[in-house]
Design a protein around this ligand. Structure first.
Ligand SMILES: [Zn+2]
Length: 225
């Protein structure tokens, strides 16, 4: 074999080795442990109470808070998923997720402390001794600047959607927003102690409006509104 031909063959062989080596290194650096969905914003939707813990009770109709929370939470899940968010539910049926209140809350805490959780939206219905008090409220963990921004955006979104005068967001100290490392808001959709609210909160169209308001507020907070 001519010397030049031999050099060309060795060169070609080396080139193949080099390409193979680069391929192996490049693939070795890929991190397969992270799921593709990591790029998505993950929201925990918490339907408050459940099972043995019914929460508040409607004064006129006796409707149980936990069931209404689940209806609104399920609608919120669909709406958020339609917007491209990844949703994790704390519960998907009527049951509590623990055998007693403390076990249930501990499980919820585990969920909101999950690795990829970015936001928490907890859904509740309110009750108060003064039956004249009505309307939605949004609570943030006292001292959480981002939580407050989110709660302000959410209550603005809801009030606009249900056509009510604007309301302030309120600081609170509730388990689900206190124990959450992610930015969190607790939404009290209305008062089961107020006759008008109690009727509205059981109305599917009104629930839709609440959900639209929450999603609009959330997107506004994210700068996507
Ligand atoms: Zn509640």
């Amino acid at each position: 074999m001519e010397f030049n031909k031999r050099v060309a063959i060795v060169d070609a062989f080396m080139a193949v080795i080099l390409v193979a080596l680069i391929f192996v290194i490049a693939n070795g650096q890929k991190d397969y442990s992270k799921p593709v969905v990591k790029n998505m914003i993950t929201v925990v939707v918490d339907a408050g109470h459940g099972g043995f813990d019914g929460g508040a009770k409607g004064t006129d109709t006796g409707v149980i808070e936990s069931g209404l929370n689940l209806e609104v939470a399920n609608k919120l899940r669909s709406a958020l998923e339609k917007e491209g968010f990844l949703v994790i539910m704390t519960r998907e049926d009527e049951n509590a997720i623990g055998s007693d209140k403390s076990a249930d809350m501990k499980k919820r805490k585990e969920i909101i402390n999950g690795e990829n959780v970015d936001y928490v939206i907890s859904i509740h219905m309110n009750k108060f001794s003064d039956r004249a008090v009505s309307g939605p409220m949004a609570f943030y963990q006292q001292g959480s600047i981002e939580g407050e921004k989110l709660a302000v955006a959410v209550i603005n979104g809801i009030c606009e959607s249900v056509d009510r005068p604007k309301r302030i967001a309120n600081p609170g100290d509730y388990y689900m927003i206190r124990e959450s490392p992610a930015v969190s808001v607790l939404v009290e959709c209305g008062f089961l102690s107020n006759s008008t609210d109690e009727k509205l909160l059981q109305d599917s169209e009104y629930q839709d409006k609440i959900v639209t308001g929450i999603v609009n507020g959330f997107k506004e907070y994210l700068g996507k509104g």
